[in-house]
Design a protein around this ligand. Sequence first.
Ligand code: ADP
Ligand code: MG
Length: 244
Amino acid sequence: MPQSIQPCVRLTDAVKTFSSGTGFVRALDGLSLDVYPGEILAVTGESGCGKSTLLNMIGGMDELTEGRLEVFGRDMTQLSGKERTDYRRLDVGFIFQDYHLVPELSALENVALVAGLVPDALSPRDVLRSVGLEAQAGRFPGELSGGQQQRVAVARALVKRPRLLLADEPTAALDLGSAKEVLSVLVRAIREAPATQDKQAYLILVTHNREITRIADRVVVMKSGRVCDVYPPPEPCRADELEW
Ligand SMILES: Nc1ncnc2c1ncn2[C@@H]1O[C@H](COP(=O)(O)OP(=O)(O)O)[C@@H](O)[C@H]1O
Ligand SMILES: [Mg+2]
């Protein structure tokens, strides 16, 4: 990345400890990382290395024990409770492995529910169309495949026009074909964002599947709560070209 571009997320010597039955776990153990506008960053590493903890910190769902986290130039450790809630509501789109859709609302209603939380939302129907689910708008989550449910969850994240998209193992529960569809939709949202939005979005994609890191601009490898390697993917590919 050119040094003249300011990072939108900057973690410096980040530490997060959790108390466990036998003492403390250092889920983040002095981690430093910059993320740049418009990039797709893949975070990978073995189970338990701190990937989800990292994403939850950046998403404002939890706070660091020590160290510094700046997002869009703001020191996250200094935010009030309301500022933190507003940040999550307005700036962050989160996608989880297990979709987290409201089961008694239709696909369209799930997306519209979140659109109602922000002042400048996109049209829920347009966003559902953009993820290829216009025909399924009236269906309930239980009537959709896993891949379709995850695309509703992506639409729900995108309808807010978030500045950051955070996805934690979004395809871990999916077959290859569905995973490729979900990842294609995510990549397109980031690549097309600068042309269609005033906000430049970026995606942090957590995955234990190294193959998936090929769709990223940069790959961050974590080990024991730290960054142990950062590199551009040696064999980049499009989401629809992935195989495993
Ligand atoms: N809420 C929590 N309470 C206690 N320990 C936790 C909590 N969240 C994560 N941990 C611990 O922190 C470490 C990192 O977890 P996590 O960030 O979930 O890793 P990953 O997503 O890479 O699998 C693990 O040892 C995990 O058990
Ligand atoms: Mg995890």
